[in-house]
Design a protein. Structure first.
Lengths: 417, 536
């Protein structure tokens, strides 16, 4: 036994590997703008030692300020899962009962289903100042926030009516995890993905059953529900892979959650996601690089764009795929922004108490965007899009949308016959 | 040295700033005696600061030494009341593993009950539920009222209370000889260990409470107290692995006690006779580390893969019975020697043997003897009078700065609110691992005799956490430089001392993350700050 002793330490979320170097705190967007957040090292590994001793050391007020942007984890030279330590502590120790606000923000798919039915009314109402004032004072959703508009037709409904039948014609196929955002707020992105995939010779199917990935549920205190959703998603993905279809996404946070967090945060078996779930940009880039797919672009396409690295994109480490893909477009004048947090962090910035912090975090990014004088900002994350569009004059696009507008559909299709 | 002290004539001088010495000084002062406590370095530098921090139930001694067991459980119950801010009441388990004799359990429980120790046999499954880290192959478990106790806090609380009752304290003063005239000890010759200055202090009675070093003090007085230094090594793990004490239910052996204390866990001990000449520089050997780890993993398998912060060793003052100079019959019991009746040397008393657990009782016995000699008729009240910090149940928690406040309450009990926390500076953290604020550093300097970083560590736990001084030491040195009005050079030399002392404990367990940590510390202090240039 002795020879196996103590070669390395094993601890939940690599708690024990922390050397206290504090580089995570340097990279923390929240610690940089407010003295009331103790920073990831202290809220994470330091605090955890005390929480293990006695749950009464759990400081809800401080830990709630964590954006879960995971920039601390990217910075950590020892591989400590700092943000996961904080999120796990919130799941384990929080006694805070989620209220109406948390319910509304968390249940993106339930609220989405109801709202799309009455989209024009809902969109009018949420942009109407008396309604915003009520949300602000009673529900505590900040009045400065612009609610993402709801589409009048769900992506899933559109898909069944207009796209499903076509997809069977393609020999090669993928599944698409569209997420709540595409389904309820921005079906256009889903349509654009189908256009691009069809052009390169792939059919796009939906999963048998898709549920919200759980990101907003976990951050608003509904971990049990998130786990139920996660199990359903993983079962659907396993079926899809068994039928020969890898799964693509167009949103970073859903992807990160399902690939990297289901296992240790919610204790869901997510091997299938780790192996077969990819952002569409990574999937396409690899095909192009390997010469399996060719892209043809419109000659008249000209645009100056800048790319914003979403926090969870940074954590995935996949920025290079999206930017390389966009840079393949001959008419693109490309500006890379510094990698920094925009401040929204999913539903975080919607909460009244977080609004000032949220905007302060985003300030340097907003300034860089305005100074870049571009036609569009490109980012892989939908909530970054809301934040940047609300806080700057720029219009934000997903790289897939840029690809969809830039490719010569017919030519590309012919190249990939 | 304070000139008043050499001019003053005391009723009693107590030699030794460990738990026993501090406890004796407090007891003497509470009974109205004018008292001087002398310590050659800082408080708690000997065995007091180098043990498990176990609040023994006495169960460990029940089978082999009923007298010690009874003393332990009685003191255990007293300390839970009078030193509640130093105690964690989490109970302990005595587990039987497949290779152990389950028959021992019955004898063990019977002996515990006979000594007055609560001992409940519980189902192994129940034991696993109560303490998930326990070795899951266990076949038997007994629950006993073990706990943990912070010996640093305990000793300082005794010091503070002794001072409150008028006692004087003299740290960094080493006894170089005893003043003996006409067969009577009249006082001690002293050397200031910081300045080298010589002086003396006088009293009617001198109490030798110097632990293992007591044998050398006795020698200076020309009397023999036969002691056998027994080295015990321990390892500190970086977080709390277990929440209850875990012991092996068998005859006491190496590394069979695992104690959770504050945010860490300690495994110990080994036991080896060492020559008296070596007791000032104890180092933990690789063999000891291996024994501690292998045996420790039997109690809680997680230890095999848990980061070790450091290793340390202390020396038990085991005393041979007077009628057995060979040292074969060694007692762990309390030994109080009246050298007047024993050796014909008046005014000199030695209190030794015993354990941290029985420090209060040792102090009571020694003080009773002193009082008898001085014809003072005052009852001992230390069994019922709470120590400073333990007067009431801890104060209500504030809403903000919660970690630091909880930690302060843990360390200073009811005195926590008197620590400066009025602004952001006072509340900012010097030591993040152990939650020590600028206010607490000032408090330790002004109220608890902390003048160096090492002393500050013993008062507050600064530098005892995961980083082992990597970030906190520099900050603390800065704060101390201001608060103590030290020169920059002195502060830097103090910092160098502190970092070297931390390294001494990390060295025996220098692999994995601990080695990485040490490398980072070395890069910061030697590489970046050039601290070697300041070492004295």
């Amino acid at each position: 036994m002795a020879e196996n002793l103590q070669l390395y330490s094993i601890s939940e979320n690599e708690l024990e590997k922390c050397l206290k170097c504090s580089i995570c705190t340097v990279y923390c967007p929240v610690a940089g703008v407010t003295p009331f957040y103790p920073g990831p090292k202290h809220a994470g590994p330091d605090g955890e030692r005390y929480r293990i001793k006695d749950a009464s050391f759990f400081d809800e007020k401080a830990l709630k300020m964590c954006l879960n942007c995971k920039r601390c984890e990217v910075a950590c030279p020892e591989g400590v899962h700092i943000a996961d330590i904080i999120q796990s502590a919130r799941i384990k120790y929080s006694k805070h009962k989620p209220g109406l606000r948390e319910f509304t923000l968390a249940n993106t798919d339930l609220v989405g289903s109801i709202t799309t039915l009455a989209a024009p009314v809902a969109n009018f109402a949420t942009s109407f100042s008396p309604v915003k004032a009520t949300l602000d004072t009673i529900v505590k959703i900040d009045k400065h926030r612009t609610f993402p508009a709801y589409a009048s037709q769900k992506f899933e409904t559109w898909y069944k009516k207009h796209a499903a039948a076509e997809q069977d014609k393609y020999e090669k196929q993928v599944s698409y995890f569209h997420g709540c955002y595409v389904n309820y707020n921005y079906p256009q992105l889903g349509k654009e993905l189908i256009k691009v995939m069809n052009a390169i010779g792939y059919g796009v199917k939906l999963l048998d059953k898709e549920k919200c990935c759980g990101v907003p549920l976990v951050s608003n205190g509904f971990a049990t529900q998130a786990k139920k959703h996660g199990e359903i998603n993983m079962a659907s993905m396993r079926k899809s892979v068994a039928e020969g279809r890898p799964i693509l996404t167009t949103g970073t946070s859903c992807t990160l959650m399902m690939r990297n967090e289901y296992d240790h945060l919610l204790h869901i078996d997510n091997k299938v996601a780790q192996e077969h779930l990819l952002l569409a940009t990574r999937f396409i880039y690899k095909l192009v690089e390997e010469g399996k797919v060719k892209l043809a672009f419109r000659e008249d396409y000209k645009k100056r764009v800048c790319y914003h690295t979403a926090c969870h994109m940074e954590r995935l480490g996949w920025t290079i795929y999206s930017t390389s893909l966009v840079k393949m477009i001959p008419g693109i004048d490309f500006v890379m922004l510094d990698s920094m947090c925009c401040g929204i962090a999913g539903t975080y910035g919607f909460k009244k108490e977080n609004y000032p912090i949220s905007q302060k975090i985003g300030e340097p990014l907003f300034k860089q965007i305005e100074e870049a004088k571009v036609d569009n900002v490109i980012t892989d994350c939908e909530t970054c899009k809301w934040q940047i569009e609300m806080s700057t004059s720029a219009k934000v696009l997903n790289p897939i949308s840029v690809l969809a507008e830039a490719i010569d559909y017919e030519k590309t299709k012919a190249l990939n016959q | 040295m304070n000139a008043d002290i050499s001019k003053k004539h005391y009723d009693v001088i107590v030699i030794g700033g460990g738990a026993t010495g501090a406890g004796t000084a407090r007891d003497c002062a509470m009974r109205g005696l004018s008292t001087l406590l002398i310590e050659r370095y800082d408080f708690t530098t000997g065995a007091t600061g180098r043990n498990h921090g176990l609040l023994h139930s006495g169960a460990r001694y029940a089978v082999t030494d009923k007298e010690s067991a009874t003393e332990c459980i009685e003191e255990n119950m007293i300390l839970r009341k009078v030193a509640r801010h130093c105690v964690e009441e989490h109970d302990g388990l005595f587990i039987t593993l497949p290779e152990d004799d389950l028959g021992y359990q019955a004898k063990f429980v019977e002996s515990c009950l006979a000594a007055g120790i609560r001992a409940d046999i519980i189902d192994p499954e129940e034991a696993k539920r109560l303490e998930p880290s326990v070795n899951p192959t266990l076949i038997g478990a007994v629950r006993v009222p073990d706990g943990s106790i912070d010996p640093f806090r305990l000793t300082i609380s005794n010091v503070l209370d002794a001072e409150r009752h008028g006692a004087d304290m003299l740290t960094y003063h080493e006894v170089t000889g005893l003043i003996i005239e006409n067969g009577r000890v009249l006082g001690v010759n002293l050397r200031n260990n910081l300045t080298g200055e010589q002086s003396e202090a006088r009293a009617d009675i001198t109490v030798n409470a110097a632990g293992i070093w007591g044998t050398l003090i006795a020698k200076m007085a020309g009397v023999t107290v036969n002691m056998f230094p027994a080295k015990g090594s321990l390892l500190v793990f970086s977080h709390r692995v277990n929440n209850m004490v875990i012991n092996r239910c068998r005859k006491p052996a190496n590394a069979d006690i695992l104690v959770p204390g504050d945010v860490i866990t300690v495994i110990g001990t080994t036991s080896d006779r060492v020559p008296i000449e070596t007791v000032d520089d104890m180092r933990v050997t690789p063999e000891e580390v291996e024994v501690l780890l292998t045996e420790g993993a039997q109690l809680a398998p997680a230890l095999a893969t848990t980061r070790i912060l450091r290793a340390y060793a202390g020396v038990r003052p085991l005393v041979a019975s007077d009628n057995d100079p060979s040292g074969r019959s060694i007692s762990r019991g309390i030994v109080c020697l009246d050298h007047e009746t024993r050796d014909g040397l008046a005014g000199f008393v030695t209190i030794t043997g015993g354990k941290l657990m029985t420090y209060r009782l040792m102090a009571e016995i020694a003080t009773n003897m002193v009082c008898k000699k001085l014809n003072v008729d005052k009852k001992c009240e230390t069994a019922t009078t709470p120590l400073p910090g333990a007067e009431t149940t801890p104060v209500e928690k504030p809403k903000s700065h919660m970690y630091a406040f909880n930690a302060k309450v843990g360390r200073h009990g009811t005195y926590a609110p008197s620590i400066d926390s009025h602004d952001e500076i006072a509340n900012s953290l010097v030591c993040e691992c152990e939650e020590v604020t600028v206010g607490e550093v000032k408090y330790a300097v002004e109220k608890q005799h902390a003048g160096t970083l090492t002393q500050l560590r013993r008062r507050t736990r600064m530098g005892m956490g995961t980083c082992q001084g990597e970030l906190c030491a520099l900050r603390a040195a800065g704060v101390m430089c201001n608060v103590c009005k030290k020169s920059v050079d002195d502060s830097a030399a103090d910092l160098a001392d502190f970092i070297n002392e931390r390294w001494k404990g990390m060295y025996p367990v220098g692999w994995g993350s601990t080695l990485n940590e040490a490398q980072l510390i070395s890069n910061i202090y030697q590489g970046l700050c050039g601290l070697d240039n300041f070492a004295k």
